[in-house]
Design a binder for this molecule. Structure first.
Ligand code: AMP
Length: 300
């Protein structure tokens, strides 16, 4: 089943304690779409400027990602983000954000996109997320991501969004910020009370927690010794998770748990190199092999 994603399409500059990469392919919707493309056809909604290299669009298209919703806005530059990782390779600081084309984006979805039943609103302005959601009235599963910037600056819009979506994916510090709770279990349940039927809290190298009315559980991260660049781990987690749900066409509790595991495994590959470099080299079979190891690891 096709999966729609809307979010940032970016040129990132990444500084790690060991290396720096300038203007590499990134953005929440890009990581998400690539990760989901192992499981299902993807429809991408986003915006770029005139400086956007055509080869990036070609790469996405080569993965069965429909780019009819990727607008090139004349007279603008692509969204840019510059981040620096601390020595622990888990915490990072944003050095610079230039919204550029994203700041002027008014998404108008192609008709075929509006009929998608599985929808992911990747990290980006909450106002934009609402505009996309408005255009997809038939969605049966709408899930969103958010981050500290939008929790601070678009709080009212976020409260409205939470009333309208089925699931929210966010990281641990954002869940604490949104709820004012320091305990993650309480924070997860508080977010759920704000509207979504399920909440996923990403905990970086410690995996992810799931909250619904019926169950709460934690899945560990896949243990990776080689962490080169954690950028996009959260987005590719969400892409793996939603991609698997769209492939299966349901979101029963068992499917959701398997989907979480696939998300964790795609993210474990993403962090093994900069940008999409590692994902470009793996195939669905590599995910299946890692899934076997992951299942063994969790059986005792
Ligand atoms: P992640 O590491 O999964 O949190 O996502 C990193 C990606 O998010 C990078 O490729 C950035 O381009 C993108 N990003 C950073 N800040 C923002 C923002 N304020 N809105 C949307 N996307 C962002």
């Amino acid at each position: 089943m096709p999966l729609l994603v809307a979010g940032s399409v970016a040129l990132d500059t990444i500084e790690t304690p060991h290396d720096t990469r300038e203007n590499v392919l990134g953005g929440s919707a890009v990581y998400f779409a690539y990760a989901a493309s192992y499981f299902t056809p993807v429809r991408l909604v986003g915006v770029v400027g005139e400086d956007w290299p055509a080869e990036h669009t070609a790469l996405l298209q080569s993965r069965n990602i429909d780019t009819a919703g990727l607008e090139v806005l004349a007279g603008t530059k692509t969204f840019r983000w510059r981040g620096r990782y601390l020595d622990n390779m888990n915490d990072r600081e944003t050095i610079d954000v230039q919204l550029n084309a994203m700041g002027q984006f008014n998404p108008v979805l192609p008709d075929a996109f509006k009929r998608c039943r599985f929808l992911f609103l990747a990290n980006g302005s909450t106002k934009l997320q609402l505009k996309v959601l408005d255009q997809c009235p038939g969605a049966t599963l709408a899930v969103a991501d958010t981050m500290d910037l939008w929790i601070r600056t678009e709080r009212d819009e976020l409260s409205a969004l939470l009333q309208r979506i089925d699931g929210l994916v966010l990281n641990d510090s954002e869940a604490k910020m949104l709820t004012g709770e320091n305990n993650l279990v309480r924070a997860g349940n508080r977010v759920r009370e704000m509207g979504p039927k399920f909440v996923v809290i990403k905990k970086g190298e410690h995996g992810a927690m799931f909250f619904s009315r019926h169950e709460t559980y934690v899945l560990p991260a896949y243990p990776t010794a080689e962490v080169i660049d954690p950028t996009g781990a959260g987005d590719s987690f969400a892409g793996g998770m939603m991609g698997y749900l769209a492939e299966r066409g349901d979101f029963e509790p068992k499917t959701l748990k398997e989907a979480m595991a696939y998300g964790i495994l795609v993210a474990s590959f993403t962090v093994e190199d900069f940008s999409l470099e590692r994902l470009k080299k793996i195939r669905r079979e590599d995910l299946s092999v890692r899934m076997e190891e992951y299942r063994k690891m969790l059986t005792f």
